[in-house]
Design a binder for this molecule. Sequence first.
Ligand code: ADP
Ligand code: MG
Length: 358
Amino acid sequence: MIEIKGIKSHRHLIFKTGFFTAVILLAALVCACSSKTVSDSPATQTRYDLLNTVITISIYDDVNDDVFNEVFDRISGIEKAMSVTLANSEISGAAAMAAKSPVVLSEETYLVVKEAYDITVESGGAFNLAIGPLVKLWGINTASPRVPVRAEIEHIKELLDYNAVVLSDTDRSVYLTFEGMSIDLGAIAKGYAGDVAAEVIKSYGVKHAIVDLGGNIITIGGRPDGSAWRIGVRNPIIGESGYIGVISVQDKSVVTSGSYERYFESGGHYYHHIFDEKTGYPADTGLLSVTIISDRSTDADKLSTVVFVLGLRDGLEFLKNYKDAEAIFITNGLEIYMTPGIIDSFAVTDNRFIIASE
Ligand code: ADP
Ligand code: MG
């Protein structure tokens, strides 16, 4: 039996102080529902038709629709350029020209591809921007995922070689050396979109806002009363819901990569959507999820994927290169490990999860 879990929108829940009010996400209809600022209650808009997820923007300042429209337009542009699934995106264009010729990218797409390339090299392929053929082989982002046989994985392995991705800063071009190669920005583009959203919102003079981009949270300032935002960390156990703890943050992005976000079941095993290029299988390092808290959402997104693939020990080591990135790891054994900088800002609310130390 195959079961695929869809929209990833509940990685983090945003709570109001006092009693917990989860941000409730309604039916997946395309709509932009607007409400106006009244003192402490935000102006909020939600869209269900972008980046294959649910995006909610809540602004605690007196604003009109312009700011929302501009954010959604920018995100729509990012999707059109960077999607792996849209046939006429820049990323699909580069794949179509693999082994034929370099493809010149827009400034914005080149910037994200370059950052994806750099983190790929830095992480030794734990994050691999050339993972596209493997993601396609598993069909994990489709309605009919399947477990490939070993020979199929072996067959595409050389297409995952990130050294065969050739970037040129001079003309902002990308060249994929072998036919069948493709770039997948699924582990970073949403993070980038979050930073763009924050930048646009701030350009309107907004001091307090929160963006929920399919579970990636971006906070601007703190709550209007000066207190921190309270962000719930999703219960990572497959089949369960809710949250297991609350992070208090201001001016930070909070992003989680977890095995529960998108997965299917086959032959009694669960297979999720974050792959280890070395094995060709979903990364299996004893973690259920990793949450990164960072100034930049792009960093939080790319690092959550890196660290999920590296596992606890190597992940902690890797994060030493990123001074402003804090992490919360949840292991298969329901143990929680944290980097020192987040310990005081995180409270466990589900006592089955135990804070452990290395
Ligand atoms: P989410 O998509 O839920 O935000 P991630 O940020 O971890 O989670 O990104 C997972 C997506 O990134 C996958 O759906 C796939 O498209 C792509 N991907 C999977 N494994 C890797 C990897 N090792 N490196 C880079 N991208 C990956
Ligand atoms: Mg990611």
